[in-house]
Design a protein around this ligand. Structure first.
Ligand SMILES: NC(=O)c1ccc[n+]([C@@H]2O[C@H](COP(=O)([O-])OP(=O)(O)OC[C@H]3O[C@@H](n4cnc5c(N)ncnc54)[C@H](O)[C@@H]3O)[C@@H](O)[C@H]2O)c1
Length: 340
């Protein structure tokens, strides 16, 4: 089976490309290398004889000329929520028009799509409801789990909007042109090959800062680091996608919420403690009380449907994720310096 991975030099895309390549699929990548770190990941693809087309996903003329694929796994996005407030055109062109271009290519090839969506399609107001009790978030019992059935109406960030619109566009193409799809709405994902930033990929940034004994800031919600998220190990996501491909002929046109769930979650202060234990370094944190209008206090996934459908559940918890990121970063510290 021949597969194109868009965003194939990004964190998720590279991991998926290498995983599927090692299982005998013929993989190619499309990535314009705009993300810091993508050039590092490109070298890993090259070592494994995976070709990358350096094409902007906005450019349909070039996408149209690519070879025919049996499946496209769409992992290309401008994924930082704060960028989506500052550079709206870029985010809409990459995340929404990009999806349209991929769908046109799929229609032309009569192939199918697995789309990486996000938990940020849920409205900010719904996640804020968890705060109503006024208790410290990190001490709250994990009661609210977000599933496919939760409401999607309401402001969610422009990033979230482009991903939700892409989901809807995929469903429209499926209805109109009989195209087969799977959508995975993922919470936070982390693991090796992630080049973290404050507002995207925070876990790998946390570990990196601890290794280098750099200062950090807790931002928002009083600056206490109580925001809480579930985190999915990239290996668990790769395994799920492998199962989805194998079962695609029987299970398709489905949407799943996918995440670390109750099995793997952390608040920022708890993440700091885990990092201290694993790196054996303690660093200074300052507080910024002001909360970004785009931040959310809480997100944990309900995996019931995806577990029932594929008999899949995450195997690796938050400690294992931090340990694997730590091992990758320390082993390659010198080379990675310029990418963080
Ligand atoms: N990482 C997470 O925690 C997370 C969580 C939920 C959903 N997702 C989704 O998973 C997908 C992958 O995320 P990621 O963390 O790997 O992000 P990433 O930034 O590491 O990877 C995205 C890749 O796309 C490339 N790219 C960006 N704009 C492009 C353009 N215009 N044309 C061609 N290539 C372009 C970048 O160079 C980068 O290599 C995204 O769709 C994201 O929305 C990620």
């Amino acid at each position: 089976m021949k597969i194109l991975v868009t965003g194939g030099c990004g964190f998720v895309g590279t991991n998926i490309s290498l995983y599927l390549n090692s299982r005998g699929f013929k993989i190619q990548s499309l990535d314009n290398l705009s993300r810091k770190g993508s050039k590092y990941n490109l070298n890993l693809l090259k070592k494994n004889n995976i070709k990358n087309y350096k094409i902007d996903i906005y450019d349909y003329k070039k996408i149209k000329k690519l070879p025919k694929y049996d499946l496209i796994i769409d992992c290309c996005a401008e994924a930082a929520v704060e960028v989506s407030r500052k550079d709206i055109d870029k985010v809409i062109n990459t995340n929404f028009i990009g999806t349209l271009n991929i769908l046109k290519k799929i229609q032309k090839d009569n192939s199918k799509i697995i789309f990486l969506s996000t938990s940020r399609i849920f409205p900010i107001s719904e996640t804020n409801k968890v705060l109503k009790s006024k208790k410290i978030i990190s001490k709250l019992p994990i009661k609210k789990l977000f599933s496919e059935k939760d409401i999607i109406e309401g402001p969610k960030t422009i990033y979230g909007l482009t991903k939700l619109s892409s989901e809807m566009l995929i469903e429209e193409f499926s209805y109109a042109f009989n195209l087969k799809y799977i959508i995975n709405r993922c919470g936070v994902i982390s693991g090796p090959l992630q080049f973290g930033k404050q507002d995207q990929g925070f876990l790998s940034l946390w570990v990196w800062k601890h290794i280098n004994r750099d200062k950090m800031k807790y931002i928002g919600y009083g600056g206490n680091g109580h925001q809480l998220r579930d985190v999915l190990h990239i290996d668990d996501l790769c395994e799920l996608i492998f199962i989805q491909i194998k079962k695609f002929n029987k299970i398709y046109n489905k949407l799943f919420t996918v995440g670390g769930s109750k099995r793997s979650y952390t608040s920022l202060v708890e993440l700091t403690k885990i990092c201290e234990k694993i790196t054996k370094n303690k660093i200074k944190f300052s507080k910024i009380s002001k909360t970004s209008i785009y931040d959310i206090p809480y997100y944990v996934t309900n995996n019931n449907l995806v577990t029932k459908t594929y008999n899949w559940r995450p195997k690796k918890n938050i400690n294992k994720i931090v340990k694997d990121v730590f091992d990758w970063l320390t082993k390659n510290k010198k080379t990675l310096n310029k990418y963080f």
